[in-house]
Design a protein around this ligand. Structure first.
Ligand code: CDP
Ligand code: MG
Length: 683
């Protein structure tokens, strides 16, 4: 087996001095915190007993503390709740509040930074409530392009971005009497903006003697003082969970190729550990996860490898719910489950059975450099805080093991904590949303202020897009007001709004919808050639956007009976393309509401590329040396990603959807552009 890699990660058995226990990490002596300890012991044979859902609920650490917790929630208008991942915060607290009718006649909103978590948790809670109504009734969820709620919904899970959109319609959020800002430590841009909006809504409602708003801020780990201070020195409560020691191992030498090292480490564990000990591997994104999943599947079937059967469960944010739910299913007898996930599995989702964690030490995050204006997804090192969160996943049910694919000194060089997204992202979406609320981002009550340069850069972009008149503007232009109607990055809203001028609304709606989800093309390396041949007829010499459009145009004309087999024949992801069709319908509805004429350019698709430039004008690169492109505005060297139709060709100018900094290796840097179209530029 080892020869198949040519590499085996070597580990130093570095046992952390004492058990890695997270409970008292923030120090119990802090005055503002009340500790609700939990001495319930854990049943080690849990896996053998099939517990009913109600029994499972009662076994959660939070259960015994529910009355004390409810009392605190009743007493305080704002409360910070800290508790280990898996202690029951997200699923139980809204149910406790609902049973105690603390929300009076209002609704309870629970925000999640990721749609995956919002959907899976809502489905779980609907089952737990057990009124037989299913999700969308008492318990519902709202994520971008999908609203599964009814007027009867009392507990609503929603992404932070969706609550922000609701605030744009009603900035006092009157529909809700309790708002739970969950996973607060993640500090997504949306959560950070919501902090300010919800805080202001609570204050205004009190001043105007409207029905009060209760705010709960929840997390598995956070800087309590910083949060408490921001929320007017509010109380914090700490729920002690059960944690077991985790043995931490570092590699002896740095491993450049962390993916292969993860696979090698998995099989090292696989040979030795009992089959009911599951493994959780942290990697960075869909492509990488699917590649590693495939390697593990293939190797696990190899008779030379040995060990029990393996059930591989990929887990990433854009996954369809059904696939995601598979992660929670226990593996069959004598089978090891290996979950290969992104940081979704860090805190948002708890999977039982995990005894081993393999941590690549990497994460994919959106970053923006105000100086270069480059906004991109970048694979980068995690923070120390994240590395301990990942480690903790192994010690939920019994003593566990964490293999870090980095050396101790690499660990020591990691940043202590993650920088809030607001301080490292393109702020144009936030700036435009705040303007819709009548607030200029410079004057907003942020917990941590974004860099002044980022705000200026965002306003400059909005000005170029025509959403504001100047960088000091406190209101939107009429175009800007239309742009905020779309749940999209302002550049894409602008493209849609320009499309009627170019006579290609039909086509642009399809393209923007297709870009809003995961790729519709199946890109399994083993089937690359077959897929290429099958999709040949869609290929456009003008690039990826028109190729996507060609495929979608055919799909859209098929009867629903034929769609599945057509997708299969052409190596197209059925669920991704049908998701794009749903998204398209929603964008179409918004256009109709704005009375935009829905026109088509037919075969004159030059119009489509021209229209794309109206929003993506900063995403243009020019060919310099062979294969080397340089972006025209910020002079960044980039190359065309291999998944692009234009890869291997060398058009003089390309328009691209996105830049990704790939770092398969710790030290390498490679900026690649995804989703490319050729451009002709008149000199
Ligand atoms: O929010 P917190 O991390 O404190 O815990 P939670 O998400 O409320 O999860 C409590 C328990 O419910 C976990 O131990 C999970 O095993 C279980 N759960 C589940 O089985 N299926 C889900 N979709 C969500 C949670
Ligand atoms: Mg949670």
């Amino acid at each position: 087996m080892e020869s198949k890699y040519g590499l085996i990660a070597k580990f130093q058995t570095k046992r952390k001095p004492s058990p890695v226990i997270f409970n008292n990490k923030n120090g119990a002596s802090e005055p503002k915190r009340i500790s609700l300890s939990n001495d319930q012991t854990f049943d080690k044979n849990k896996n053998k007993i099939k517990l009913s859902m109600q029994e499972q609920r009662q076994r959660l650490p939070i259960y015994e503390k529910r009355n004390k917790l409810l009392e605190l929630i009743r007493r305080h208008s704002t409360l910070i709740i800290l508790g280990e991942t898996g202690s029951g915060k997200t699923t139980q607290i809204p149910q406790y509040i609902n049973s105690a009718r603390l929300q009076n006649n209002g609704k309870i909103a629970i925000t999640q930074p990721r749609r995956v978590a919002a959907i899976s948790v809502a489905i779980r809670v609907a089952q737990e409530i057990g009124d037989g109504l299913g999700v969308g009734e008492t318990v519902g969820y709202t994520v971008r392009f999908e609203d599964v709620t009814s007027p009867r919904t009392k507990i609503k899970y929603l992404t932070d971005g969706m609550l922000l959109r609701e605030a744009m319609v009603d900035n006092l959020l009157m529909e809700y009497t309790v708002i739970i800002l969950d996973e607060a430590h993640e500090r997504t841009i949306h959560t950070d903006v919501l902090f300010g909006i919800v805080k202001q809504a609570q204050k205004t409602r009190e001043e105007k003697k409207l029905r009060p708003l209760k705010i709960l801020v929840m997390s598995a780990t956070m800087d309590v003082d910083h949060f408490s201070e921001y929320f007017n020195n509010c109380q914090a409560v700490y729920l002690e969970g059960r944690t077991y020691p985790v043995n931490v191992y570092y590699t002896l030498t740095p491993h450049e190729d962390y993916q292969t090292a993860c696979v090698a480490t998995f099989f090292k564990i696989h040979k030795q550990a009992p089959s009911n000990h599951d493994v959780l591997i942290f990697l960075t994104g869909q492509e990488e996860i699917e590649a590693v999943a495939q390697q593990i599947r293939v190797l696990a079937r190899d008779p030379d490898v040995g060990g029990p059967a393996v059930k591989v469960c990929p887990l990433y944010a854009s996954q369809p719910t059904t696939q995601q739910m598979a992660v929670f299913q226990p593996a069959p007898e004598n089978t090891r489950k290996v979950i290969i996930g992104t940081n979704v599995a860090e805190t948002s989702i708890t999977i039982s059975g995990v005894r081993y964690v393999i941590d690549s030490g990497m994460v994919k995050a959106r970053t923006y450099h105000p100086a270069t204006g480059l906004d991109m997804l970048k694979v980068q090192r995690i923070s120390q805080e994240q590395s301990w969160q990942r480690t903790g996943r192994a010690g939920r049910e019994a003593e566990g093991f964490c293999y870090r694919i980095y050396t101790r000194s690499q660990y020591e060089s990691l940043q202590k904590s993650t920088i809030p997204e607001i301080q490292r992202a393109n702020l144009s979406t936030v700036a435009i949303q705040l303007l819709a609320l009548g607030i200029h981002a410079v004057y907003f009550d942020f917990m941590d202020k974004p860099l002044k340069d980022s705000i200026t850069a965002a306003f400059e972009q909005l000005k170029l897009l025509g959403a504001v008149d100047g960088v000091e503007s406190k209101c939107l232009t009429s175009l800007g007001k239309k742009m905020v109607q779309f749940p999209l990055d302002p550049r894409f809203s602008k493209i849609i709004l320009s499309a009627s001028e170019y006579g290609c609304v039909e086509e642009i709606l399809s393209i923007v919808a297709l870009l809003s989800g995961e790729s519709i093309f199946v890109n399994a390396p083993s089937k690359r050639e077959q897929a290429f041949t099958a999709r040949q007829k869609f290929l456009s010499p003008y690039g990826d956007h028109l190729t996507l459009l060609n495929a979608f145009r055919v799909y859209n004309k098929l009867s629903s009976n034929n769609q599945r087999s057509w997708c299969h024949e052409h190596y197209i992801h059925m669920r991704n393309i049908s998701y794009a069709a749903q998204v398209r319908n929603q964008l179409l509805e918004i256009c109709q509401r704005l009375e935009i004429p829905i026109v088509s350019c037919g075969n004159n698709t030059d119009q489509v590329r021209k229209c794309l430039v109206t929003g993506l004008f900063t995403n243009v690169a020019e060919l310099h040396k062979e294969k080397q492109y340089i972006t025209v505005d910020k002079r960044q060297v980039v190359s065309i990603h291999p998944s692009s139709i234009l890869h291997g060709q060398q058009p003089h100018f390309v328009l691209f959807t996105e830049v990704v900094q790939t770092a398969k290796f710790w030290h390498s840097k490679d900026f690649q552009i995804y989703g490319c179209s050729t451009l002709k530029i008149k000199q």
